[in-house]
Design a protein around this ligand. Structure first.
Ligand code: HEM
Ligand code: NAG
Ligand code: NAG
Ligand code: NAG
Ligand code: NAG
Length: 341
């Protein structure tokens, strides 16, 4: 490996982005969920839905390039905790600490919340009270993935927004970078995902960032004999150290895919055997026999990755969806219609 990557390594990750914490919650098994979503859900009630979402994400992403990755992660955190119901978007108030303010601060970027808010604002002018925030998030995520070069997949619509958002429901439903493979597989298995689907979805780390706190232990406190995990490419490890040495306020981040950080491709999987993953949870994919074969397959065949990823995203986007009277169409994405909730 080595020299071919060197210039990029030093150029690409001197980046500081502010934290804004958020997350999502509880343990719902979707296997028998009886939802009804459809591709033409807004065809008559909001015919410009597709166009408005597409225009808004393009405008936002071209001004704020961190939006795409942030929004993908926002969807993950919405759907893994109490289903894809926009509960991650709810703001806390004096009576309720909402999911996005869960203690495990998962640093969801403000730009991701902002793009949903913008789309909602335009839609409320065009077709008031019709489009749910959870549908906006699902559609915007797909469009942003496509904009970055990733696969197109269809997004069935008709989700209602949830009526509950509680910070305490988050823990245990989201994967963490310090989990064992057993724990990671379990988190996804509970929601009905196979190891293969989990690996495909983790390919989302082909875009976006991770904060130094998420991989500091691997570069500074790995073991007694060596402070740095020897499986990290040595040049990359040096670059990560010099990045995180500047991390005085917890805002420094490294790209999850250091070679093509803004392009949605299969480079993330190609990076793994080169030791170019910052997160331990990413590197583990090529160490564990339950995931290694899938990671190698996706590294070798981007078409296969895109197909599996698209299917995985459809499944993620349908987790415990609320329909009918189980939810509402929020007027504002950050507040329940009945503020008592
Ligand atoms: C075992 C599985 C996973 C673990 C342990 C994990 C962990 C993480 C961590 C620690 C970060 C960095 C957060 C930060 O420091 O700001 C991150 C970022 C991200 N994750 Fe994951 N993740 C996993 C699976 C997924 C899946 C399934 C998706 C989507 C389908 C996803 C999408 C993202 C994206 C897009 C980012 C970048 C966010 C940004 O740049 O704002 N992750 N993930
Ligand atoms: C995360 O939350 C903890 C405790 O709530 C706080 O001490 C810490 O500063 C927060 N970190 C970031 C980066 O927001
Ligand atoms: C991972 O880190 C979090 C936060 O620092 C900690 O609470 C948790 O116990 C750790 N989990 C594992 C599996 O080590
Ligand atoms: C955090 O530190 C970085 C790098 O030193 C700096 O660019 C950034 O403005 C700081 N952010 C805050 C919120 O202090
Ligand atoms: C890559 O995957 C696609 C989709 O599964 C398949 O049709 C194609 O034959 C594969 N290409 C190679 C070179 O194996």
């Amino acid at each position: 490996m080595g020299s071919r990557f060197t210039p990029l390594l030093f150029l690409l990750f001197m980046i500081s982005i502010p934290f804004s914490s958020s997350s999502k919650s509880d343990n719902i098994n979707n296997k028998n969920n009886n939802y009804k979503l459809s591709l033409d859900y807004y065809k008559r009630t909001c015919p410009d839905f597709d166009r408005i979402v597409r225009e808004q994400i393009q405008d936002k992403q071209s001004k704020q390039p961190t939006t795409a990755a942030g929004t993908v992660r926002l969807l993950l955190h919405d759907c893994m905790v109490s289903g894809c119901d926009g509960s991650i978007l709810i703001a806390s108030n004096s009576f309720n600490k909402a999911e996005r303010d869960a203690d495990i601060n998962l640093s969801l970027p403000g730009d991701a919340f902002d793009v949903v808010t913008r789309i909602k604002t335009i839609l409320e002018l065009s077709c008031p009270g019709v489009v749910s925030c959870s549908d906006i998030l699902a559609e915007a995520t797909r469009d942003l993935i496509v904009m970055q070069g990733g696969p197109f997949y269809t997004v069935p619509l008709g989700r209602k927004d949830g009526l509950v958002s509680k910070a305490e429901t988050v823990e245990g439903n989201l994967p963490r970078s310090n989990m064992s493979m057993d724990q990671m597989l379990k988190i996804f298995e509970v929601k009905g995902f196979s190891a293969r689907e989990m690996v495909a979805l983790m390919g989302a780390h082909t875009i976006g960032f991770a904060h130094c706190t998420e991989f500091k232990d691997r570069i500074y406190r790995y073991g007694k004999k060596t402070p740095t995990d020897p499986e990290i490419n040595p040049k990359y490890a040096e670059a990560l150290k010099s990045l995180c040495a500047k991390d005085t306020n917890g805002t420094m981040s490294a790209f999850n895919d250091v070679l093509t950080p803004n392009k949605f491709d299969n480079m993330y999987f190609k990076n793994l055997p080169r030791g170019l993953a910052a997160l331990a949870s990413d590197h583990m994919l090529i160490k564990d026999p339950r995931t290694k074969g899938f990671a190698e397959w996706f590294a070798a065949n981007q078409t296969a990755f895109f197909e599996e990823f698209g299917r995985g995203m459809q499944k993620l986007g349908a987790l415990n969806v609320k329909t009918g009277n189980d939810g509402e169409v929020r007027r504002r994405c950050d507040t329940f219609n009945d503020v008592q909730n």
